[in-house]
Design a protein around this ligand. Sequence first.
Ligand SMILES: Cc1cc2nc3c(=O)[nH]c(=O)nc-3n(C[C@H](O)[C@H](O)[C@H](O)COP(=O)(O)OP(=O)(O)OC[C@H]3O[C@@H](n4cnc5c(N)ncnc54)[C@H](O)[C@@H]3O)c2cc1C
Length: 405
Amino acid sequence: MRCDVLIIGAGVSGLVAAQKAAKDGLDTILIEKRSSVGFPYRKIDITEDVGINDIVSELKLRIFDKSKKSKWLSANGSFLLNSKIVDLFIKRSKDEDSFEKAALDHSLDFGCRVFTGVNNIDLRYGSNGIEGVDSKIGGRSIKIKPSVVIGADGSKSNVLASSPLRKRKKHNIYLEGFGITAENLDIPSGLTHIFFDEYILPGGYFFMSKSSKGLGVASVAMNYSKPKGIGVDTYFWDFVTYNKYVRDVFRKSSNKKYFVGGCESFELDRRSYKNVLLVGNAAGLLDPLFGYGVNQAIYSGYWAARTIKENISEGCEKVCEEYEMGLGRSLLPDIKSGMKMRLVFDSLKNRHFDRLMNMLNHISEEIEDMDDFLNNPVKYPIPLAKSLIRQPRLLGLMRYMVRMF
Ligand SMILES: Cc1cc2nc3c(=O)[nH]c(=O)nc-3n(C[C@H](O)[C@H](O)[C@H](O)COP(=O)(O)OP(=O)(O)OC[C@H]3O[C@@H](n4cnc5c(N)ncnc54)[C@H](O)[C@@H]3O)c2cc1C
């Protein structure tokens, strides 16, 4: 089989790439190793809409719900943020109403050929990159000859491993999450709660949110870069046990379903090689502080397909150049600053989290538009000076966190 674009992996990034490529008239094949498309557990991912708003509209990506409010809680303080930035709720699963199901249906409608249960994938390299992909579906051999390959196969990417591209070891952050989706979480819908407590969750955070449709999510995400020896589920249940507020919310909840998983944020010199573009988690495009990767997966999947369509007539070198430039302008600066914030975050004690809440409350008493303050703090010299006196690195963290939540 020949095709213009072969996409390996049908997660968020692969499905978005497949949909965009097929919609733009490229002959597209999507292969997935699992027997069907969709995250194996039911979960709700939350991600900001910054940078992907137009993509969501153009591709009619399925958004489960939206919210703008979050409440941050430390051991002895809290802060309520009314942001202008919209958080998108993305329902991940194999269900009919999932993000994946809608993206798959759209891709098929645009003529993308989709194969699931694909295994024994052998990537054959030649002087122009990947020249052939041999694999098996249920014992039957298939051979694909693609012009361009999009590696969308997640954190343990085979496409990355088979290429000469190597991770920069210094910046690897491995985040692990465990949580539940549930009905009847006793919290207002559309208000995401984020808890910080270095005693119960060192290097991590706990969050809870409920959509207007009733389905809610509660989860921990933790830095597991250094071996911890304790499962992430233990941290989750410890938090539910020791935090009275969360314990009470849980008591009344029903229809709980568990999810678990991990992904890695890392740096590469490049995210493309000859005729291969890496997207989403395969390219390490994950926020190293909070483990958010859906925004990055949607953006990079879309951008990869678009750069292929717009530049392939000038050759793969041009495609790679445009792809790298786009990521450099959009996602990479935030991931770089996230690496720095990770170091700040990992060193914080509970008293620092309390001070952070205090600082946010003080500033928001003086300034109505927190988004504006954080985008352009020099416009507000007095609150800026006060927060710098209290703790300059907390100001940096605060700016970063407000953007994320
Ligand atoms: C527990 C948990 C909670 C999270 N919560 C959030 C959140 O709230 N907000 C947020 O923004 N992000 C969150 N993330 C991160 C986010 O889910 C990922 O960053 C995002 O899904 C990455 O998408 P992807 O398409 O790049 O990779 P993946 O979703 O990992 O998809 C990769 C796909 O490739 C397939 N595959 C792998 N190898 C092969 C192969 N050899 N051949 C063919 N197919 C292959 C896999 O089966 C999979 O379908 C969370 C992650 C976890 C684990």
